[in-house]
Ligand binder design. Structure first.
Ligand SMILES: *Cc1c(COP(=O)(O)O)cnc(C)c1O
Length: 360
């Protein structure tokens, strides 16, 4: 068996223990004589899986009782539509655009109402997050929307906008469970799990009770109404059963590590190894501004596209996979999610150092 160091932005690396444990249960889940893939979502065994998963994510994130946890399909992108459909009352919503994911979400929201971009960092190719202190929100805004960690540009919020009574909505796809969050500061938190939590196919929505409404935009499909899924415990229709099972295993893995404080400490250590190297390198440089650097997604360049291509090819030969950057930034991107071991980041830095010496 040859496992590589997989720096993919998503779907991405999962903890080896989690994969092994799922493999061991593949043919017979806990004496049921069947795989989780083969069982009814109404079975007692699956009920145990989804209820345990919910309790574990509640414990990990310290989710208050007045928030519901929904395990849904459709990915984060479907939430770009579901959020305005479910939350628009005045049909005025404020978006902060700090990268391509918030830009896409903003564009989608405009289909349903008066979506306003109240701040953007596009002027400098999203190398920073707009200052949230000087912002004025629309007085009748139904929510303020942010993408807290922008996967492509590798930036993250260092503090949250103070939105007062206006619910704050956050896309945390690429930083889900990477550090503790104060859930009570948000109206809704959501993320596709394939970056940091599980296999593609599940999106988790954590939403405050009062935002689960009957009076959603009238054309909202029944299946996309939060109330439908909240009332049915995410079982209104067949949920992504196997993906939820895998997320549950990752939750247990995180608990075993000591929870999100411990995970954050590890993530900070890993990111520091890479950023410290980048800061002293004469060949490579990080593209995001220091203050806003993501702990999860680290884009970097040599400034020479030919050298970037050479680096990517040689890295692959050395067992460093999926290091190519997104086309809108170019160069390289190392996604160093929860499941990327410290040894993987060390191996990357060692390889970069060797490449730098060879190509000086
Ligand atoms: C990947 C990603 C998305 C899109 O997720 P899908 O599940 O592919 O729809 C949205 N937001 C962020 C921050 C992402 O990283």
């Amino acid at each position: 068996m040859a496992r590589v160091y997989n720096f993919s932005a998503g779907p991405a690396v999962l903890p080896e223990e989690v994969l092994s444990s799922a493999a061991a249960e593949m043919l017979d889940y806990q004496g049921t004589g069947m795989s989780v893939m083969e069982m009814s979502h109404r079975s007692a065994a699956f009920k145990g899986i989804i209820e345990t998963a919910e309790q574990d994510i509640r414990d990990l994130m310290n989710i208050p009782d007045n928030y519901r946890v929904l395990f849904l399909q459709g990915g984060a992108t479907q939430q770009f539509a579901a959020i305005p459909m479910n939350l628009m009352q005045n049909k005025v919503v404020d978006y902060i655009v700090s990268g391509n994911w918030s830009k896409k979400a903003f564009k989608e929201a405009k289909l349903y109402g008066d979506a306003r971009c109240i701040a953007s960092s596009e002027d400098e190719n999203f190398t920073y997050v707009p200052d949230v202190d000087g912002l004025t929100f629309s007085p009748d805004a139904d929510y303020v929307y942010i993408c807290q960690n922008e996967t492509v540009y590798g930036n993250r919020y260092t503090k949250l906008p103070e939105t007062g009574d206006i619910p704050l909505v956050s896309d945390v796809s690429s930083m889900f469970l990477s550090e503790p969050m104060d859930v009570s500061k948000y109206g809704l938190i959501y993320g596709g799990v394939q970056k940091n939590v599980g296999p593609a196919g599940v999106v988790i929505v954590i939403v405050r009770d009062d935002l689960i409404r009957e009076d959603v935009l009238p054309f909202t499909p029944t299946i996309m109404r939060y109330k439908t899924q909240a009332d049915a415990g995410s079982l209104s229709n067949t949920p992504p059963c196997y993906g939820i099972y895998m997320c549950g295993k990752v939750f247990k893995w995180l608990k075993g590590l000591g929870g999100l404080e411990a995970m954050q400490k590890l993530n900070e250590e890993k990111a520091a190894i890479l950023y410290d190297y980048l800061d002293q390198s004469k060949l490579f440089s990080g593209t995001a501004k220091k203050e806003f650097r993501s702990l999860m997604n680290v884009p970097f360049v040599t400034g020479n596209p030919e050298l970037d291509a050479k680096f990517i090819a040689e890295a692959k030969a050395a067992g460093i996979e999926n290091i190519k950057g997104h086309r809108s930034v170019g160069g390289m991107r190392a996604s160093i999610y929860n499941a990327m071991p410290k040894a993987g980041v060390e191996a990357l830095v060692q390889f970069m150092d060797k490449f730098e010496r060879e190509n000086a």
